[in-house]
Design a binder for this molecule. Structure first.
Ligand SMILES: [Zn+2]
Length: 250
């Protein structure tokens, strides 16, 4: 399939599902987990900052790390890739209702929402909220400039933890089940800025394929998904979405 065919297929699709990964946030200057580990943080292994054991051992250290990452993402801005996906969501939902478009993300930075996406399914949680260790209540963190961890639950007063899926934890069942359903039902699944190496990315795309839908990929690099995709663009998220969504070639 060439670009013109992919573009018209996307335009005609009645159900579109999108999976985004770190690649789309890189264009907003959001570092990957490992790239964020500079200075003081460089001496820690990722699992020393992002696992239930680490939090049990030293909750203050873990919260210090996450408060820093929260400040970083709140200083970043959504980029053209985020904005184009919000636009695609508006178009598809105007034509076909809320089931016509689903955004699933592996990112935890909240940039999709800030770009205007209504309710992305966040497979790995979010830096912008905390979850009560006692009652499970989830609430947004206060303003990044004044936030001092740990937050206290507004329902029961207990200490809260980052609302992030850590190493050694399962993805949230309800979010994953909804994502799988939408991938199964999609005419087009668009996989953007993720290597598709880590579960569940590869598995989600295969659900679309095995139910007769098409898989499109946007990634600067070839990935394990590339050979199985109907269309694959070697581009950043913003470049690729611009080419796929704009009516005229530049
Ligand atoms: Zn609580």
């Amino acid at each position: 399939m060439n670009l013109a065919e992919a573009r018209s297929t996307l335009q005609a699709a009645r159900r579109v599902v999108v999976l985004t990964g770190a690649g789309i946030s890189a264009e907003s200057g959001i570092p990957t987990f490992r790239d964020a580990q500079t200075g003081h943080w460089a001496r820690f292994r990722p699992e020393d900052l992002a696992s239930p054991d680490a939090y049990h051992r030293d909750p203050e250290l873990v919260w210090e790390w996450y408060a820093g990452r929260f400040r970083d993402v709140m200083q970043a801005q959504p980029n053209r890739g985020h904005l184009l996906l919000a636009e695609l969501e508006r178009q598809k939902r105007a034509e076909g209702g809320s089931d016509a478009f689903t955004l699933v993300t592996q990112n935890v930075d909240g940039l999709h929402q800030r770009a205007g996406s209504a309710a992305p399914l966040e497979l790995h949680g979010t830096l912008l909220s905390a979850r009560c260790e006692a009652c499970g209540h989830v609430q947004p963190l206060p303003d990044a400039a004044t936030f001092t961890p740990p937050p206290k639950c507004e329902v029961c007063g207990h200490r809260m933890r980052p609302h992030i899926v850590w190493f050694g934890e399962f993805l949230p069942d309800d979010v994953l089940a909804l994502a799988e359903l939408q991938f199964k039902r999609a005419d087009v699944a668009l996989i953007i800025g993720t290597s598709s190496l880590v579960y569940p990315a590869a598995g989600l795309a295969d659900r679309t394929r095995s139910h007769g839908g098409l898989v499109f990929e946007i990634n600067p690099d070839e990935t394990p998904l590339t050979q199985r995709a109907s269309f694959s663009l070697r581009a950043t998220a913003s470049e690729g979405l611009t080419r796929l969504m704009e009516a005229r070639d530049a």
